[in-house]
Design a protein. Sequence first.
Length: 197
Amino acid sequence: MTVKVKTFENIAVNKREALRYAGGGDACGEILPIFNECVSLAEASTKNRVCYKILPVSVKGSLCDFGEFSLFSKDLAKNLGSCNRVILFAATVGVELDRLILRFGKISPTKALLLQAIGSERAESLCDEFCSWIEQELKVKLKPRFSAGYGDLPLEAQKQIFASLDCAKNIGVTLNDSLLMSPSKSVTAFVGIEEFL
């Protein structure tokens, strides 16, 4: 199965969602200009890239067989039970945002916190944009995303995901020995193809 790469431009920031990630309500008063500055910094520094492939899936009990590899997970099996194909993907907003967070961590903890929250929103919005694009491109309906570390799917599943997608080569995302991704604002997930429209 061939790995494909897709780049997305100009995904609007959901400011309300970013503030939720920051643990706040509405940005007002003194924080508003700082928040807006951080949004501008994040928008200028993100490089939205996704690598993906379509795999067959066969579910038997808690075993999910993807042809290239298999995983045991009752929760993933439940999610993919009605599917015979799945999209495996990795998405990242790039390393520059990590550099900004590190830099501001030393000089402005408030900006670092806001950039962390905006980065999380950016990664989630990228995944949403990718899934919407796939639904339109392939004319399919997708199941909800399911990532390693969710439910009973262990983080160790990242090793098979990274090997299958060659994330380092295709979008510059690496996995360390502690199973943390770099850049940090990156996501991997399975998305079952529920039906063709």
